[in-house]
Each structure stands twice: as structure tokens, then as C-alpha cells.
Design a protein around this ligand. Structure first.
Ligand code: SER
Length: 599
């Protein structure tokens, strides 16, 4: 079975169970300052798991683009990836364990769908502890479906509990489904978690708790289901091959073979290099070509792209790929392979190619010399000054220096490097801040307020700077709001004061904030701002700030702001306090960035 078929069947199956198939959200989280990338299918759905109404309804399914950056240096073996796709289905307070488990079973084993041999499947359920009881309901549901009790493991929180992704938030017990990846004739009659031939293929989380700041578990008002199935892994397991031999990588690997004149089957070293290149170029293409595309840079997501591309270039050198503009050639394969599922890639083709060419040109000039320089350090420990020199003069991300050092049994003084870095430049490299781990935006009162303030800010900017201004991204912590928008020049002090004044007037006017569900067409016709390539299927939520006049916000008076948005927001702008712009600066070419607070 190809991944393309699996993806399609998964979505078709849940469509047949009345699920609304929603488009993948962007890889760059909106309004979320705690995580650089979307790391799971449920991440864009957190507000809805906590009770916000989703315009797509209470049953959703998707294939979600995800990037995880925790294990970049592990990529090169058979299974690790940075970019991957997560298939998922959700119940937002609708069905619960019964349907969730029955449907997973049906999709996996029914001859009409995936037709897996039930004998090759096993499951685990939550064993229970002080926080929550044994998940007897799931256990009994599996038994009733014919799963032998020897193949239903009861495991502790470490195994069978998911979330919250941050310190607080939705979470609950899960039931995991495993597939026997070994010889089918040797499938054991019982399930043993320690046997790595049992590979987890699907995770059904029953989100019924909201973890509180004091670490207690409060019952959620609505019981949700959140499931996740990693497309790359499951395709590989079902085909008894390594992840890089599936149709999700085949063309990319073939192109790498062509560029290098070597074969994937030649040696473990060649396989490793080809996997690194395939994964990293794919992930970079996905991030640069995302609807909120990010180019290589020295900060945040841009730094990750740079790190991925430079690591890919280092391994390309091992494969003796000498052609110029080869990154772009590989990216074209990625675009061709994925454009049907992620059409934004084709739309952003020129941007992707231009950025890859630039990055390739920059680093290939210094890579060779940098490696010579590195080799001179043979046997020495790499102190901060040396690591910084490799970074500054040869463009070696610290992580590349660390990986090279590790290969030679040398060490790198990371703290020394950070000290040098801060001495030499004012670069806010988030790697140093340890921001790459998971974690989701909180829905605290402060972030909600700042989120509403962001809407007022966009409306004010358009009044002051003109209708050409559109939102290019935002990032909110409980302390401040960061807002990127299109505008070609630096704002003048008068424009900044004027914008602040307009926002504060809207706050002082105590405008009502209303929410409506409209079709995309209706939303557009009533002048709502926002991204019009609907992510949520037909219906979208529109938030309006103005003087209330009945339930239909189109009849409201003095409408200050109207935006397509998932929420949440405050009920009245009077709750916000005083709005202050702290900084206005360039973000990238043609994009300005404002940092603002509520006092
Ligand atoms: N949240 C769960 C996971 O990421 C299921 O979607 O595995």
C-alpha cells in the first residue's frame, strides 16, 4: 500500500463516518509563541478541544503537515524525520471511546478498507493511577471486538497517556494500536511492549481532562477524541521497508542517486547521507513553501531551515554532488510529489527555488574552507572562540560543528560559543533559549486580550497606512504581542502614535466583540479580513468589534474590525487596558514587525 493510498483511504473512511475533512493548517503556528512549528495534528485544534466551537463541526479529520526539530541530528537512520504527516480524526465533544475504537478497528481490518490481518494487531490501554482510573471501558471495547486479552496490555502513564503538550491543557488516557512488523508466521500470541517488532501505528487519545497549573486534572466540559497516525511510519511498517523506501521518498532518493551517481543500496554511509538530504530538503521545501513561508535566516524558524539546508549540503559533499543549484532540483521533485495534497508548494515554487539557490550559493562558498579549518583542530577540544569562528567565518551552525566533533570524538564548548556570540552580535538565536521543545500556547486571559488587541491593531494600521496592509503573521505570549504586516517602509513616529491612538479609542469605546459562522463567500462579502483560502472547509468564524446591534454582525454600527479567525477573543474591547507599541522594525523585505503590550 502506498502512502498516497493510505492517506486517501484514511480521509475517505472518516468522511464516510460524517467527518469534515479539514485542510492542513500552516506549519507555522498562529498566535503561538511557545513552539516554532506545528508538531501534531491536534495542535491547531487546541482551542476547540478546550471548548471553542469549530466551524467545521464536531467531527473532523485531516492530514496535517508537521515538523519536529528535537532529533535533527538523529535523521539519517531508517525512521527519523523532521517533516512528517500526521493523519488524525477528532471528536469535539461528540463521539467517544466506543466509536473511536470501533472505527479504528474497522478502518484497519475491514476488507473494504485496509484489510490488515487482525492477528498482527495488538493494543495497550491505560492501567490507571492516582490521577485517573484504569481505562476499563477501552479494555472491554477491545475484548468485544475480538482482541484476545493477552494482546491488550495495561500500561502506565508513561506509555498510555497523552498531553498536555505544554504544562497545562487538554490531555487524557490513550489506547495505542500496534502492528507486528516481523515475520507474520512468528507473531507471538501475546503483546509485549519490549519487543520492538511490535510497532505503534495509531494513538487514540481520550481527552477528558484539562491539566491545571497546580498539576491537578480537572474534567473537561466536553469529552474529546484526538487520534494520530504517522503516515511515513505506518506506510513503511505495512510495506516491510525502511521509511525512505516508501513512495513518500522514492522519487527524492532516486533524484539524489542521479545527482550523486551513487546508489542507495551501495553502503550504510551512502544511505545515511541520502536520507539526511532527502529529509532535510523536503522539510526545507515544506517550510519555505508553506502558506506562511519562512526563508533561511539566523532566527526562529528561519534558523531551523538554515540548519537543515546546511546539514544537507555537508552530506551532499560526502556524496560528491558537485552540481550547482542541486537543492532546487530536489525541491522540484518534492513539489511534484506533494502538490496535490499541499497546493501551496506549487504557488510558492519561485520563492522556494530562489531561497534555495541563495542559501546554496552562500554556504557552498565557505563549506570547503570551513571543513579544512575544522580539520586543523583535530584532537583539540573546540572552545567557544573556535566554534564561533566556524560560525562567523564559514557559516557553520553550532550544531554542525557539534556533529562533526562528535564524529571525531571531540567536544565543543557550547556555553563558550553562546558567550562569544552574544559578545559579537546581537543575534537572538532561539536555539540558545531552548525554545525548540514542544508546548502549546496557553489560552490565558492575557493571551486572549492580546489576541483581540492584534485585531484592533490590524484595523488601525489599515486606517493609518492604507488598505495595502495585510497581516503576515503574529506571535503572542502572555506578556506581549508581535505582529508582522506588509508595508514597504519604516513607519514614522506620527504614524505609530496615530495607530496607538486608534487602538486605544477602540478600547475606550468599549466595543462588543461578536463571533459568527459564515460561509467563506459571505465572510468575504461583508468585508472580513483574513486568509481566504479556507482552512476549515465551507464555514469560517468571523470576529467583529463594533457597536452591537442584534445577532447579525453585518448590521452592527461603527464596525472597527472584522476578521476571519479561530478565536478565542474577549467579549468587549473595554477589557483590554492601555495599548502601547514598544517597537516597530523590519521583519523581512516588505514586511514590518510591531511589538506591543497592554498596560
Ligand atoms: N495527540 C496525539 C499524538 O500526537 C494523537 O493525535 O500522538
Amino acid at each position: 500500500m502506498t502512502a498516497t493510498e493510505l492517506r486517501q483511504k484514511y480521509l475517505d473512511f472518516f468522511r464516510s463516518k460524517d467527518h469534515n475533512v479539514i485542510r492542513s493548517a500552516s506549519l507555522i503556528p498562529e498566535n503561538d509563541a511557545t513552539v516554532l512549528f506545528t508538531t501534531a495534528g491536534m495542535q491547531p485544534l487546541v482551542p476547540y478541544l478546550l471548548g471553542e466551537k469549530h466551524p467545521g463541526g464536531a467531527r473532523l479529520a485531516s492530514a496535517q503537515k508537521c515538523v519536529r526539530t528535537d532529533d535533527i541530528d538523529e535523521v539519517g537512520d531508517e525512521t527519523h524525520h523532521t517533516f512528517f504527516e500526521m493523519m488524525g480524526n477528532w471528536s469535539l465533544g461528540d463521539y467517544f471511546k466506543n466509536e473511536s475504537i470501533a472505527w479504528s478497528w474497522e478502518l484497519l481490518t475491514s476488507p473494504e478498507w485496509l484489510s490488515l490481518d487482525p492477528k498482527l494487531l495488538a493494543v495497550s490501554v491505560f492501567a490507571g493511577d492516582n490521577d485517573a482510573p484504569f481505562d476499563e471501558e477501552s479494555y472491554n471495547l477491545w475484548l468485544a471486538l475480538g482482541m484476545p486479552k493477552e494482546k491488550i496490555a495495561r500500561l502506565p502513564k508513561k506509555n498510555n497517556w497523552w498531553g498536555p503538550a505544554g504544562l497545562t491543557g487538554p490531555c487524557g488516557p490513550d489506547t495505542e494500536i500496534f502492528y507486528w512488523s516481523g515475520n507474520p508466521d512468528e507473531v507471538p500470541s501475546s503483546f509485549n511492549d519490549d519487543n520492538d517488532k511490535w510497532v505503534e501505528i495509531w494513538n487514540n487519545v481520550f481527552m477528558q481532562y484539562n491539566k491545571q497549573p497546580d498539576a491537578s486534572f480537572e474534567l473537561l466540559n466536553q469529552k474529546n477524541v484526538d487520534t494520530g497516525l504517522g503516515l511515513e511510519r505506518v506506510t513503511a511498517v505495512l510495506n516491510h521497508c525502511d521509511n525512505y523506501q516508501t513512495d513518500l521518498f522514492k522519487n527524492i532518493i532516486t533524484k539524489t542517486e542521479e545527482l550523486s551517481g551513487k546508489k542507495y543500496s551501495d553502503s550504510p554511509e551512502i544511505r545515511k547521507a541520502m536520507r539526511v538530504i532527502a529529509d532535510h530538503v523536503k522539510a526545507s521545501t515544506m517550510i519555505i513553501g508553506d502558506e506562511k513561508g519562512v526563508a533561511p535566516s539566523n532566527t526562529d524558524q528561519g534558523y531551523i531551515v538554515r540548519r537543515l539546508l546546511r546539514r544537507a549540503m555537508r552530506f551532499a559533499r560526502q556524496l560528491e554532488i558537485n552540481k550547482t543549484n542541486w537543492l532546487k532540483e530536489l525541491a522540484m521533485v518534492v513539489i511534484n510529489d506533494y502538490e496535490k495534497v499541499y497546493p501551496e508548494l506549487r504557488l510558492n515554487e519561485n520563492f522556494i527555488c530562489a531561497e534555495l539557490d541563495k542559501e546554496e550559493e552562500k554556504f557552498s562558498r565557505t563549506l570547503e574552507k570551513g571543513l579544512l579549518e575544522f580539520n586543523k583542530l583535530n584532537g583539540l577540544s573546540i572552545d567557544g572562540v573556535r566554534a564561533f569562528n566556524l560560525y562567523q567565518s564559514y557559516g557553520f551552525p553550532l550544531e554542525i560543528t557539534e556533529e562533526l566533533a562528535k564524529e571525531k570524538g571531540m567536544t565543543v564548548d557550547k556555553i563558550g560559543f553562546e558567550t562569544e556570540l552574544s559578545k559579537h552580535q546581537d543575534l537572538s538565536r532561539t536555539a540558545a533559549a531552548g525554545k525548540f521543545k514542544g508546548g502549546l500556547a496557553d489560552n490565558s486571559e492575557e493571551t486572549t486580550k492580546l489576541h483581540t488587541a492584534a485585531h484592533l491593531l490590524l484595523a488601525a494600521l489599515r486606517q493609518v497606512l492604507g488598505d495595502g496592509v495585510t497581516q503576515k503573521g503574529s506571535n503572542i505570549t502572555p506578556e506581549r504581542l508581535r505582529f508582522d504586516f506588509s508595508y514597504p517602509e519604516k513607519m514614522t513616529p506620527v504614524q505609530i502614535t496615530e495607530t496607538e491612538k486608534l487602538v486605544n479609542l477602540a478600547i475606550n469605546d468599549k466595543l462588543a466583540v461578536g463571533c459568527e459562522e459564515l460561509s467563506l463567500e459571505e465572510a468575504k462579502n461583508t468585508g472580513a479580513m483574513g486568509v481566504f483560502d479556507s482552512k476549515y472547509g465551507e464555514k469560517v468564524k468571523v470576529y467583529t468589534a463594533g457597536i452591537e446591534n442584534g445577532p447579525d454582525t453585518a448590521n452592527w454600527n461603527k464596525v472597527f474590525s472584522r476578521e476571519i479567525c479561530g478565536g478565542p477573543h474577549v467579549k468587549n474591547t473595554g477589557e483590554l487596558g492601555h495599548f502601547k507599541i514598544q517597537k516597530e522594525e523590519s521583519s523581512s523585505s516588505g514586511v514590518r514587525r510591531i511589538k506591543a503590550v497592554l498596560e
